[in-house]
Design a protein around this ligand. Structure first.
Ligand code: ZN
Length: 198
């Protein structure tokens, strides 16, 4: 027997596919949405569609941005010879919040995970290697300290070292398995300042 209308079920199913949303939360959200005025729903739906249509990868660092080249890459005050490699745009945002890093970034959009079948070709790795053909003084590997993050760091260091470019890894002040996004700024700064040579 169907408890809800087909449309409600469909909405709950879609919401439940979002990260961190279980079926209970999806149900709560669906009913909340249905009780909102039509204008609010239109605005929400349009905002999502507009964001999707306008947001793209920065042609240099691959972070998500509204422009061809992101504001960090075009900022003349940033040191273009220093590249910090992070897994996601959210990790980049975490380091930006410290306000103390003046290099640029490279966003991989993931990490190597043999278990999940994610290989080097599935993340923005060759794009990074391409950038290294320019004049780069140091690559700071700031992937997470999860198994995937460490695997990616190792892979990267093996790839970069033969080029003679300095490769460093952020210090282990970052808790193992910790998502960079949830770590406070002081810990992030300490991890950055205490980075070790690979
Ligand atoms: Zn950029």
């Amino acid at each position: 027997m169907e408890i809800y209308s087909g449309h409600i079920n469909k909405l709950i199913d879609e919401l439940a596919k979002l990260p961190g949303i279980g079926s209970k939360s999806a149900g709560r959200l669906a009913f909340h949405l249905m009780n909102l005025p039509k204008e609010r729903i239109d605005r929400l739906a349009n905002t999502i569609v507009e964001a999707k249509e306008n947001v793209r990868y920065c042609e240099s660092c691959y972070t998500l941005t509204d422009r061809d080249i992101c504001p960090i890459c075009t900022n003349p005050k940033r040191d273009n010879n220093l590249i910090m490699v992070v897994e996601t745009t959210r990790d980049l945002a975490a380091y930006e919040k410290t306000g103390r890093y003046d290099g640029v970034y490279h966003v991989l959009h993931g990490a190597i995970s043999p278990m999940l079948g994610i290989g080097p070709a599935d993340i923005k790795l060759k794009e990074l290697i391409h950038r290294l053909e320019g004049e780069i003084a140091e690559v700071i590997i700031a992937t997470n300290s999860s198994l995937e993050g460490e695997t990616t760091a190792m892979y990267l260091s093996k790839l970069i070292k033969p080029t003679g470019i300095r490769v460093t890894r952020i210090a282990s002040g970052v808790p193992v398995g910790g998502d960079l996004e949830y770590i406070d700024e002081v810990t992030l700064l300490r991890a950055l300042e205490g980075r070790i040579e690979l």
